[in-house]
Design a protein around this ligand. Structure first.
Ligand SMILES: *Cc1c(COP(=O)(O)O)cnc(C)c1O
Length: 396
């Protein structure tokens, strides 16, 4: 048993204080449980913010990484490497899109998507005043481009001026999007299921309407699937359940199941008339280690039948969460898709609930200020859901 305080103090002394962390120092993980330095076990319904889809300690995944580490970790994008070739082919196949650019994070994937959209429009008319429409309550990342399309005044305000030419509309309100369209609009960006903003799935009519609008005016549709993609909603990408295809898709979080990696993926139309050599690049992006992870993740999803499993577990989780909404007055609603679920909390600070859940050995997260967010590893079983409900109710 180790004392956690020295690690917390050392961190606070040396790491820039941009997070108010919970007082827990995690040391290892097994399956869907995390273990802190004192040996206490936590059932993990946060998965490192929707990252650890395969949970912790998956042997085949770890062996694939170990093997790649022994062979080659990094080479740069000036050369070809085997894992990138294989990972890209799998991502193209599963996304139904055509060309991949690997990044190191979600925010970089969004940066690339925005640049590709501007580049595409520039190629058409040579103008340099193209606009992008984004949604209120969206989240696309913390770097300047992605922050500029993040509909959260608090995140944006201290960093202005941001990237120009961004207009905001209301999510799930087609009229409000239409009102922002101009002859300079080059792209519309949205999360298929809004995550940080409070777990709001796009309505079918809204997404179909946006696609139609984009088709009519040759505006590019960018779907941010960084949180809701990679099987979380029961299909590889959430848009596949709507039958609405993006022109550009962004992906990260569970893409590497813990290895930092992201990607933006383009359809043929955009791929052949946007970014060309010299327009975009990255030193690490698509490196052999990251891509070995991506490649293995796709193989394991198939072997384990993850999509089917998510569909089954999701309906069980939904049932259990709906029962909580019936039972507790301070829970007003459940929202979500697949294993990306939120409970709307009234009159109680969500942060306090999360703190008490931690004391009871349960990791849950918040979203949108008043939502309890459930984004567990995709390998959870019914008994894990039952145990989560027990620990959560103890925290209520
Ligand atoms: C987490 C997230 C991002 C940012 O990803 P980072 O890897 O943290 O940069 C962007 N978009 C969505 C929808 C996200 O959930």
């Amino acid at each position: 048993m180790t004392d956690s305080r020295p690690y917390m103090e050392l961190t606070e002394h040396n790491v820039l204080h941009t997070y108010n962390r919970f007082p827990v120092v995690f040391e290892k993980g097994r399956g869907v449980y995390l273990v802190d330095v004192q040996g206490k076990e936590y059932l993990d319904f946060g998965a490192g913010i929707a990252v650890a889809a395969l949970g912790y300690g998956n042997q085949a995944y770890e062996e694939a990484l170990q093997e790649q580490i022994r062979k080659l970790i990094h080479t740069s994008n000036l050369f070809y490497n085997i894992p990138m070739a294989e990972a890209a082919a799998k991502l193209v196949e599963k996304s139904g899109l055509d060309k991949v650019f690997f990044t190191n994070s979600g925010t970089e994937a969004v940066e690339g998507a925005l640049k590709a959209a501007r580049r595409y429009a520039y190629g058409k008319d040579g103008r340099t005043d193209h606009e992008i429409i984004a949604m209120r309550h969206s989240f696309h990342g913390r770097s300047f481009g992605s922050l500029s399309v993040t509909g959260n005044a608090q995140y944006q305000e201290p960093f202005k001026p941001l990237v120009g030419g961004v207009r905001f509309a209301d999510f799930n309100d087609l009229d409000s999007v239409n009102a922002q369209i101009s002859d300079r609009t080059c792209a519309i960006i949205l999360e298929t299921v809004q995550g940080e903003g409070g777990i709001y799935p796009a309505e079918r009519g809204f997404l179909e309407g946006i696609r139609e609008l984009c088709d009519k005016r040759d505006i590019l549709l960018i779907l941010d699937e960084i949180q809701c993609g990679m099987g979380r909603t029961g299909s590889y990408f959430a848009y596949q359940q709507y039958g609405v295809w993006p022109d550009i898709m962004t992906c990260a979080k569970a893409l590497g199941c813990g290895i930092p990696v992201g990607a933006f993926v383009l359809n043929e139309k955009v791929a052949k008339s946007s970014l060309v050599p010299g327009d975009h690049g990255t030193t690490y992006g698509g490196n052999p280690l990251a891509c070995a992870a991506v490649s293995k993740v796709f193989d394991l999803y198939e072997e384990l039948g993850i999509l089917n499993h998510v569909q089954q577990m999701a309906s069980y989780l939904e049932q259990k969460l709906d029962l909580l909404v019936e039972k507790y007055d301070f829970l007003s609603e459940r929202r979500g898709m697949g294993l990306m679920q939120g409970l709307v909390v009234k009159e109680r600070p969500v942060g306090e609930l999360i703190g008490r859940a931690l004391e009871n050995g349960l990791v849950v997260m918040s979203a949108g200020g008043n939502v309890l967010r459930f984004v567990p590893p995709l390998i959870i079983e019914k008994e894990d859901i039952d145990e989560m409900i027990r620990r959560l109710e103890r925290s209520f």
